[in-house]
Each structure stands twice: as C-alpha cells, then as structure tokens.
Design a protein around this ligand. Sequence first.
Ligand SMILES: [Zn+2]
Ligand SMILES: [Zn+2]
Length: 476
Amino acid sequence: MNTQRQYLIYSISILITILNCIISVVEAKASSDHDLPYFESYHFNKAILNQKNQSSLRQLSLVAPPLSSSPDCTIWTKACSEELLKLAKPPENVEWLKGLRRRIHENPELAFEEFETSQLIRDELDKMEVFYRFPMAKTGIRAMIGTGGPPFVAIRADMDALPIQEAVEWEHKSKLAGKMHACGHDAHVTMLIGAAKILKRREHHLKGTVVLLFQPAEEAGNGAKRMINDGALENVEAIFAVHVLHDHPTAVLGSRPGPLLAGCGFFRAVISGKEGRAGNPHRSVDPVLAASAAVISLQGIVSREANPLDSQVVSVTSFKGGDNLDMIPDTVILGGTFRAFSNTSFYQLLQRIEEVIVEQAGVFRCSATVDFFEKEYTIYPPTVNDERMYEHVRKVAIDLVGPTNFRVVPPMMGAEDFAFYSQVIPAAFFYIGIMNETLGSIHVGHSPYFMIDEDILPIGAAAHAAIAERYLIEYG
Ligand SMILES: [Zn+2]
Ligand SMILES: [Zn+2]
C-alpha cells in the first residue's frame, strides 16, 4: 500500500513536470509571435502612415524596452549625454550612418526633386517604426517620436543638393552629372536619421514629443516656408538645426546668440519714361537720369539712415538702358541685393529701397515698379538665434564634446532658410566642424571640391538627440 502510494505521488509529479514543460513551450511561442519579424512590423507601420491623428502616436508607437544600465534622466546629467554618445558611436552604427550618407551623396537631387532621398528616409523610419506625416512641401517629412503629447520640440534637416559638377574623385562621387551635395545636406539628413534611431531607442525617457523635419529646397529658399504652410510647426514650441562648417575642425560645435546669418534679398526695378531723340531731350522723359539719381540715393540708405553698429548692405549690381547712342530709351532696368542682420533692419531696407526708387523716378517725371522676388522666395530673412535656445545648445554641446570643442562664432553674411522657422518660434542654429586637412575636407560649401569628414555623423546624431531630449526635460 505504501509502495503504491509512493508510486502514485511519483507519477503525479512527473505529470506536473510534463504539463509545466508544455505550458512554457506554448508561452515561448506566444511571446515570439509578439516580436514581429521585420517584414511584418514594416507593414504594420505602413498601415499607420495613413493615420494623421497625432494623438494616436502614443498608442501606435512601439516603445523599445529600457536599457538596463541607462541612467534615468528625469534630471539631465552628464551620464545622459554619455549614454547618447554610447548609442551613437558603436562601429556598426557609424558604418550604418556612413552608408546612408554615401547613398544620398551618390544620388543628389535638386530642390523639390528629393524623391529618392525622401524615400530613403521613409524606409529608415519605417524600419524603426517611427510615425510620420508625408508628403509635406512635396517631398518633406514630419516624423514624431515620444509621447505624442506636448511639449513638442523640432529638429530639422534639409535634403536638397546643388546644380554643381562634383570635382572630388572618390568611391562615392555623385552619379548624376551636374548635381552634387556640395553644402553637406547629405550629412544633415544622415545625422537626423541617426538622431531618430537614438530617440526611438530612448522613447520611454522622452517627456513629450520630438518632431523631426526633413525639408526640401533649402537652397531654393522656399522649402522651409512651404513646410510651415503645410503645418510643420503645428504645436511646436522651439526648433533647432545644424549645418556643417569647413572653418572648424571635425566635430567642433559652434553657434552664437542673436543674429547669426544675414537676411538676403534681391531687387529689380523698372523705371519707365518716354523714348525720344537725344538731341531734343525736352521731348522725352529720361529714365537714365532718373535711374542714375536712384542709384546715388540708394547709397544714402545705409550710410545716412542705418545705425553704424548694425551691419547692412545695399549694392546695385545691374543697370540696363537702351543701346542706341542717339536715343533716350523708354526704360531702364536696375537691380541689386541687400543684406541685414535683424528682421527690423532687413524689412526696413526693403521698404526704403522701393520708396527711394519710386520717389526718385517721380522727381524726373518717370514711373517705377520694384520687384523683390517674394513669390519666388529668393528672399531670406536673417537667422536670429533665440538667447535661451542658444544657451540650451551651448550647454548640450559642452556636455557632449567638452568646453574646448565649443566655439562662439562670428555672424556670417551667408543666408539660410532656417530663418523662416526662427521668425515663427524660438530657434537656434548651430554648426558642426568638418575640417580635416588629412582628408582634404577644407573647402567652403558650394565648392565642387567640397568634402566632409564623416566622423561627424555620430556626434551630430547625438547632438540632435540630446538637444531634443534635454529640451523636453528642462524647458517643456
Ligand atoms: Zn548651401
Ligand atoms: Zn546648406
């Protein structure tokens, strides 16, 4: 009887062990079904692309599990910056970034033609299961990572190349004749994709939503404006962007508070009079004299009306009248450019250029019209860094690359269409150095010899991610 009882208990325990095994196999199968293979998750993300409801972001995004050793980052510390660099710098990540940049560099696309570049970005976002809105401004993308709720902070990259024939002979030279990424926008896109990967990995830490803007047509001047019109800055309270700079050694970051880049505009005036024989000037209305007076008076705007400490330029660069030496022409067309470092000065210049030309034409009985090409958007306002946002960039940069690798840069006369964002919300634009004499990356942007040092890619990605994540903690 005792033996029988022992046998029964023994049999039951074996049965329980077998049952446990079966249960754990079934559980393992169920959990592996939740870990969607790449192909299935890709289609899942494709399906959510059609949904434009931003509030659904939290529900739809697949949040990566916390990294076991990662700092909490409720309060930002240097350990958080180091964590971001740790995510950016592994060799396989750097190789992935270089690969992306080289693919974009080989296939440069001009303003509003960035179809393949945009597709490449969306493919990467799909793989990461990052939610985005597309299209905006024709080829632009607005991706979001985080809670889906406020605060919203934006980081931006431009996608367009230039109509320049690349003169650098290297393995990944532009495959398209007459087109080249000669301003580093291929690197800008890559660093923003790199930031998306880091931020997605840290999505559980984000105290709001990071908006990643991939915009077309920076060089054409209206990409940013069209992105804004299409809702790029919806709910966004601050925006940041980086540009590569050949003046500074690799990965040195730089910026300045207040005016950073000049506003740049062009004008063309048509001054109309009445044609007549030069020997009988009283029978004509002379636009040459009127235009000449206008050119002289235009020089008085900066020299007599502008504060000497507020740098401004008005240059007349074109003057075309008749070609018959014995005739007073019907019209004269003159034109030029103007620059200023504040919005007030910039728009004041625009207004005064028109007034001076029209009034001077009137003095000599002519009429005049002035075109500032605003429809073509070849007008760039000044890029003015918000003091607080600049300070934020400075803090993040010093934490990431150390105080000796951050520089306060002087204002520059170049222009940037990031200015359009900075007119709407607090913004900061900063630089990342690419100068490496050994590599030959020493040429100014828009040169056919322009090159970048790809070692900036992980640093730039980490800088973007840190600026955004830390903003949500400290300013949100
Ligand atoms: Zn450029
Ligand atoms: Zn550029």
